[in-house]
Design a protein around this ligand. Structure first.
Ligand code: HDE
Length: 719
């Protein structure tokens, strides 16, 4: 429990802030016990039988043990988050690698090497708590820093812009994208009429829609996605000088996406795919890591960007303002209890510390109200800051009192200020230098309920994003729109979407329209609609920004999962060499076979299978390795599940290494033939010892590329 002292301990250097935070949490933790008691501590005589009037008689109301147990159970659930209900979280630390004294007085951003404990929650936005992880959606990326000056929350997303510009439209957006209210369908999906109805009437959503239709909305892993603060914030230094700042989290493993067909299948095969991936990586000791990067912009530069920094539908390309790396985030401990930590954690963009401040972004301003307000119903009252996961590591003291579930026992008779009966006269009331000082931004304008014309250009950055994508990424965006609109039943809505798209890029609009059987998009139709404020497109400072593409990103195979398909008679020689090379490069391998138990190799060696083709299908892996051996290849070729495994990995453009005779698995589908070069990302080779090392290197290089999106004949393979 936080102490109520206001002594100077927040200034003393914590020896190891991360360890003391953990100790603080442990004080509220409980491990398993042998003895069961009631909540009052009375030892239970029996945990199987209720108290009855006779062996076969009715239960007695008097049974306080049964009543307490059932009552507690009846109230186990709390409302899920109204958005971002589905999530997973972990503990870790933030380490500063570059001092920011020049820009901010925030204590945790001063000294290189200082470590601040953090709790980070990732989430999807639209689905309910039990929905699948791999749906097409934005991901939340919320970081709570337990600093010595109070908790600082950076509550961001994995997409750097947002659908809307003003908080006033947030409830409409959420009502439109969530399951439709009459039948609560579809779950965790934007592919339905109400969402597209709304966004097609809100051209300010054009930029964000491009991101959501891209593979950014299908991350391979939380560990392989970027995070963004989205809004422009301020950093303020000790002299009161302010800089605008944009926050970026950049994953050490690179940014990577899934194939859409794959993401949909994973949603059924393992709805916990991202949650499990995060949990397993931390349990294995593969601690996920991100760099914190800042774009620092002074007032003068801000005026020359060509768009309004307060508009959350705009980003600042790093090609225009470079990103300075200032620290690293490491997640190294899984929560002990999902409910107590991941569910009860309460983030709030308004949790700031001295040296970090807001801007007048009208979306951010609305958020500053929403987050405490929502906890009042979600966490049942005003004392949620006392929950162990939400407690700060520095002392706090004020005269806020009472309320549901108050845990702190405030001593004394004084709960007001000023006072002379307590120590009230010691408090500064003269607006002195101490504490959080709001940046004194000059504001003198008439009240007005209107949108600034500087927010009117909705398409230039959507076009910039489009221009910055590789050919394959563009195809994915087109396919994303086509899929979503094919689920929209009202033709006029589909038409409106493509008419709007014509303002982003005519080719994109035509390609989306074609297979939907709708008219060639008409940009003028969009412009004539009410709510469509046409603004002269601002000149983008760059035509294309490679940093917005995910192609060619990352060159490591660390933590990638490789399936080794085994059947009786497999020749293990080359396979073993390649497996070792994969492990040395940091990948993990699993043996997958027709059934569990040992599989006999060609030399009679017994290799235990970790999984079966059905319980761990190809969508659970990043790459596939199949050993040679005529008998094994024959057996796999006759097993529909094995053939499907290989072809599905091929279709999802994953790296494949087929040794010796196992090449026939791809021949069956007609995607390889003698006279055709090996498809991109597919490595063939003989069992000969001389070929092994080269094969291993080629396979590692193929996995490092993540996916071979331009691979030939993918459409020919059945889904
Ligand atoms: Fe949130 N958002 N949001 N949001 N948001 C919530 O707070 C809200 C927005 C984000 O893991 C809620 O505690 C409004 C942008 C994350 O616990 C709620 C507006 C961004 C999380 C809320 C926005 C976010 C939330 C629901 C527009 C990216 C999950 C439960 C004015 C910068 C945090 C809760 C976690 C959660 C309101 C827009 C990120 C209702 C009103 C933009 C990562 O308060």
């Amino acid at each position: 429990m936080a102490s109520s002292r206001t002594d100077g301990s927040r200034k003393t250097k914590a020896g190891d802030a991360v360890a003391s935070r953990q100790k603080q949490l442990e004080a509220s933790s409980q491990g398993p016990e042998n003895l069961l008691t009631t909540n009052q501590g009375v030892v239970l005589p029996d945990n199987h039988n209720s108290l009855k009037a006779g062996l076969r008689g009715p239960s007695l109301l008097e049974d306080f043990i049964l009543r307490e147990k059932i009552t507690h159970f009846d109230h186990e659930r709390i409302p899920e988050r109204v958005v971002h209900a589905r999530g997973a979280a972990a503990h870790g630390y933030f380490e500063l690698t570059r001092p920011l004294v020049e820009y901010t007085k925030a204590d945790f951003l001063q000294e290189v090497g200082s470590r601040t404990p953090v709790f980070v929650r990732f989430s999807t936005v639209v689905g309910s708590r039990g929905s699948a992880d791999t749906v097409r959606d934005v991901r939340g990326f919320a970081v709570k820093f337990y600093t010595r000056e109070g908790n600082y929350d950076l509550v961001g997303n994995n997409i750097p812009v947002f659908f809307i510009q003003d908080a006033m439209k947030f409830p409409d957006l959420v009502h439109a994208i969530k399951a439709e209210p009459h039948n609560e369908m579809p779950q965790a999906a934007s592919a339905h009429d109400t969402f597209w109805d709304f966004v097609s009437l809100m051209p300010e959503s054009a930029h964000m829609l491009m991101w959501v239709m891209s593979d950014r909305a299908l991350p391979r892993s939380y560990r392989m996605m970027e995070g963004f603060g989205v809004h422009t914030f301020r950093l303020v230094n000790a002299r009161g000088v302010s800089h605008f700042v944009k926050f970026h989290w950049r994953p050490k493993l690179g940014k990577h996406g899934l194939a859409w067909d794959e993401a949909q299948k994973i949603a059924g095969k393992d709805p916990d795919f991202h949650r499990r991936d995060l949990w397993d990586a931390i349990e294995r000791g593969d601690f996920p890591e991100w760099e914190l990067g800042l774009q620092l912009i002074d007032e003068d530069r801000a005026g020359r960007l060509g768009f309004d920094l307060l508009d959350p539908t705009k980003l600042v390309p790093e090609e225009v303002v470079p990103i300075t790396t200032v620290g690293r985030l490491v997640l190294n401990r899984n929560p002990d209890n999902f409910f107590a930590e991941t569910e009860q954690v309460a983030f709030h963009p308004g949790h700031v510390v001295p040296g970090i401040d807001f801007t007048a972004d009208p979306l951010l301003q609305g958020r500053l109200f929403s987050y405490t307000d929502t906890q009042l119903s979600r966490l049942g009252g005003a004392n949620f800051h006392e929950l162990p996961i939400n407690r700060g590591v520095c002392p706090f003291h004020n005269f806020q009192r009472d309320g549901m579930h108050r845990m702190l026992i405030n001593k004394g008779r004084v709960a007001y200020e000023p006072n002379t009966l307590g120590n009230g006269s010691e408090f500064r009331v003269d607006g002195g230098e101490q504490g959080f000082q709001s940046y004194p931004e000059a504001l003198e304008s008439p009240k007005i309920r209107r949108r600034s014309p500087s927010f009117d250009d909705h398409f230039s950055q959507a076009t910039l994003f489009w221009n910055s994508q590789s050919a394959a990424e563009k195809e994915h965006i087109i396919a994303g729109y086509q899929f979503e609109l094919s689920k929209v039943e009202t033709p006029a809505i589909r038409q409106r979407v493509v008419d709007n798209l014509a303002h982003v890029d005519m080719r994109l609009a035509r390609k989306v329209a074609e297979p939907l059987g709708i008219a060639v998009p008409d940009p003028k139709a969009a412009a004539g609609r009410s709510g469509f404020r046409e603004a002269p497109a601002t000149k983008a400072l760059v035509e294309s920004a490679p940093s917005l593409s995910m192609e060619g990103n990352g060159n490591t195979i660390q933590t990638r999962k490789v399936a080794i398909l085994l059947a009786p008679g497999a020749e293990l020689g080359a396979m073993k060499v390649i497996q070792q090379a994969l492990l040395d490069a940091g990948a993990t391998t699993k043996v997958v076979a027709a059934q569990l138990g040992p599989v006999s190799s060609s030399s009679g060696q017994q290799v235990p299978a970790d999984h079966t083709f059905q319980n761990m299908p190809s969508v659970m892996f990043d790459a596939v390795l199949v050993p040679g051996g005529a008998a094994a290849a024959e057996a796999l070729a006759k097993d529909g599940n094995a053939v499907h495994f290989v072809l599905e990995a091929y279709k999802h453009c994953k790296a494949l290494c087929l040794i010796g005779e196992s090449v026939q698995l791809l021949r069956l589908a007609g995607v390889v033939a003698d006279d055709v070069p090996a498809p991109a990302g597919v490595v063939f080779g003989s069992n000969e010892p001389t070929a092994r090392l080269q094969m291993a290197q080629d396979f590692i290089a193929a996995i490092a590329k993540h996916r071979h999106w331009t691979r030939a004949l993918v459409e020919q393979v059945p889904a």
